[in-house]
Design a protein around this ligand. Structure first.
Ligand code: AMP
Length: 254
């Protein structure tokens, strides 16, 4: 079984986001970029399907392909996936922001060429929190989808996916080929070992452009403003439970 994993290069999750002074977007200059954490979980799951582990039979997957759409440096993101255990990569080179619909259209074309049985994406990219690509891709391909997965069990020709939904868990079956998006609790990605980082340098990465797939990446969305969250106003200390109740009443909480 072939598994395709789209991986996005984003600002490292440990860094504080800085908004450009003119509010036109986020300042990414000289900042560390990393693989989107939900994509890392997706790669880990696909690799476990190959190696066995995480409840998957060994060789449940035979090949794992990591795909990234982004600048030349997105090669590093693909190498990250290769170091976890993906077999090969595809970089679709595009400078500037590529919106979720264009990403989904490019992925559709890659999928039509590669014919994977399963596509595992992150539930969202932590840079713009779109949470759109998996769903759009399923619609464009007319494939079943299971979003926010916290467990995936493969059977012949189908996957049983446990989804994290508001207030509980939902379990559903999807026929393969299917789209699955990962939630945080699906697994804990491994640290890539040094030998595997070295091995990853030798794994092949095919380089393409959106034009190779006939996809126009011109933006359709105009960002009007980007702003930092408002500063928290300072807290106060109360001397007694009665004073706390009074303050809560004042604030209209009680
Ligand atoms: P989003 O819908 O943008 O929040 O992203 C959801 C998921 O779609 C990500 O976790 C990735 O798996 C995939 N994705 C989004 N943008 C890209 C990209 N530029 N290249 C590869 N995969 C992407």
């Amino acid at each position: 079984m072939k598994v395709l994993v789209p991986v996005k290069r984003v600002l490292d999750y440990n860094l504080k986001v800085r908004v450009k002074p003119d509010g036109s977007g986020v300042d990414l200059s000289n900042l560390k970029m990393s693989i989107n954490p939900f994509c890392e979980i997706a790669v880990e799951e696909a690799v476990r399907m190959k190696e066995g582990g995480g409840g998957h039979a060994k060789d449940a997957a035979t090949e794992v392909i990591a795909v990234s759409i982004g600048p030349e440096q997105a090669q590093e993101t693909i190498r990250n996936a290769l170091a976890i255990g993906a077999d090969r990569g595809i970089l679709v080179k595009a400078d500037g922001e590529v919106e979720p619909l264009a990403v989904a259209k490019i992925l559709k074309a890659v999928i039509e060429a590669e014919k994977p049985d399963l596509v595992i994406l992150g539930k969202q990219a932590i840079d713009d929190d779109s949470n759109q690509v998996g769903q759009m891709l399923a619609a464009l391909l007319d494939w079943p989808q299971a979003t926010f997965a916290s467990k995936i069990v493969l059977h012949a020709g189908k996957a049983t996916v446990t989804r994290e939904v508001d207030g509980g868990l939902q379990t559903l079956d999807v026929e393969l080929p299917a789209i699955v998006t990962t939630d945080l609790r699906l697994n804990e990605p491994r640290y890539a070992s040094l030998p595997n980082i070295m091995k990853a340098k030798k794994k092949p990465i095919d380089v393409k452009t959106p034009a190779d797939f006939g996809v126009d990446t011109a933006p359709r969305i105009k960002v009007l403003k980007t702003a930092e969250p408002g500063k928290r106003s300072g807290g106060i200390k109360v001397k007694s439970a009665a004073e706390l109740v009074g303050k809560l009443k004042e604030a209209g909480v009680l």
